[in-house]
Write a protein of this length. Structure first.
Length: 302
């Protein structure tokens, strides 16, 4: 009961923070886009595009948190926990798309240079920086709670960095008058955008493809189960994630020949205890056999 109470009292706070961050980033996006149009700065427009992806990320993050809380039912026996992974993947892919557009604009402006008004570029960049810092502070404590919140926070983190880069570029442009600085900064922002996306894309795809979590070595788990008391052999071992924070395991355990009368409940308790203590795996399906029921050519443990 305590865990349920903690979960429900914490979740509304997280969603409230997301709502505030959404409004901050809508204001930043409008300010930077208008400022980019009036100043002629592609770096500002690039940052506005990144901020627009922040708005999308935070809105999807909010939806993901609400859907994540849905209780399991007969149709969705796991609930909708994997929705937060889908949201994170959409966010990351949207960043890549925005990055490609910015590179296209940078090439176009290299061919046809546009004059830039520093008097607009630097103050608007400072507004963007302040808004992003405030949004980051709102979500900093939630950034490790799940992959969805990690994706949303990374959007804000890299957009904060890009706002700093925009301001530095404006100062450099004021000192040197070199228009190419604005384009170089835009490409740097794109590099940060894509870098922040790739890790989330890899992790999301790993979960969807039911790969073993990167922090768990399947061979180690196999050896640890096989080394427990009364366990003769292990086969049909599967480890996968249902979300960014919940790992599932299933396997068949053959009792050793000398332990034919072993208490199977004790075997299951020992395996579950080891998996939770050593690997944090709390969701298991264990089939204990006195003989190997599945043949090597069968399908039951593939």
């Amino acid at each position: 009961m305590q865990n349920s109470h903690d979960h429900h009292s914490h979740a509304p706070t997280k969603r409230t923070k997301l709502i505030f961050a959404i409004f901050f980033n809508i204001a930043i996006t409008v300010a930077e886009y208008v400022g980019g149009l009036f100043s002629g700065s592609l770096a500002l427009i690039s940052d506005a595009g990144h901020n627009l992806s922040d708005v999308l990320a935070l809105m999807l993050g909010y939806a993901g948190e609400k859907v994540y809380e849905r209780e399991p039912d007969k149709k969705y026996s796991f609930g909708l926990k994997r929705f937060e992974v889908f949201v994170a993947l959409v966010n990351a892919l949207s960043l890549v798309g925005i990055g490609i557009y910015i590179v296209y604009e940078a090439v176009a402006r290299y061919i046809h240079p546009v004059q830039i008004d520093i008097r607009i570029m630097i103050p608007v960049g400072a507004v963007g920086l302040a808004g992003n810092l405030l949004s980051m502070l709102l979500l900093v404590k939630e950034r490790h709670s799940n992959l969805n919140m990690k994706a949303a926070f990374l959007h804000l983190f890299y957009d904060t960095l890009s706002s700093v880069v925009v301001i530095v570029a404006g100062i450099a442009l004021y000192v040197t008058g070199w228009l190419l600085i604005d384009l170089v900064v835009s490409v740097i922002i794109v590099a940060m955008i894509i870098w922040s996306s790739l890790a989330i894309i890899r992790e999301s795809m790993g979960i969807f493809l039911q790969a073993a979590p990167p922090h768990i070595n399947t061979d180690d788990v196999y050896r640890d189960i096989a080394g427990l008391k009364h366990v003769g052999s292990v086969h049909g071992l599967h480890i996968w994630s249902i979300s960014s924070s919940e790992v599932f395991l299933s396997c068949h355990i053959c009792i050793g020949d000398a332990d034919a009368e072993a208490d199977t409940d004790e075997v299951i308790r020992n395996v579950n205890s080891m998996l939770e203590d050593k690997y944090g795996i709390r969701h298991t399906t264990l089939q204990v056999e006195s003989v190997k029921i599945c043949s090597d050519v069968g399908t039951c443990c593939r």
